[in-house]
Design a protein around this ligand. Structure first.
Ligand SMILES: [Cu+2]
Length: 91
């Protein structure tokens, strides 16, 4: 990528962020249709209602929704919650 064979630092560096942390499992979902903070709020509320969910963080610009839960969530449950909010889970 950077044109240098030696001492290249642009190669992919190892991910230091663990998939699971002591406070739960973090999963990033891609959701289509969100355009503003109101959308984010609706999605966030629906997902927060799912059993085991501890935290929901929505990035409207990219459509990425990070869900922290005590255990791994069922994709269908997440999709249903997103649909209930009026949006679509991309998978
Ligand atoms: Cu909106």
């Amino acid at each position: 990528m950077c044109g240098s064979d030696t001492a290249c630092t642009c190669a992919s560096s190892p991910t230091t962020e663990p998939a699971t942390s002591p406070d739960g499992t973090r999963t990033v979902y891609q959701i289509a249709g969100m355009t503003c903070g109101g959308c984010a709020g609706r999605v966030s509320r629906q997902l927060t209602d799912l059993p085991g969910v501890r935290d929901v963080s929505v990035d409207v610009a990219s459509g990425a929704v990070t869900v922290t839960s005590t255990e791994r969530l069922d994709d269908d449950s997440v999709a249903a919650a997103v649909t209930a909010a009026g949006y679509q889970l991309v998978r």
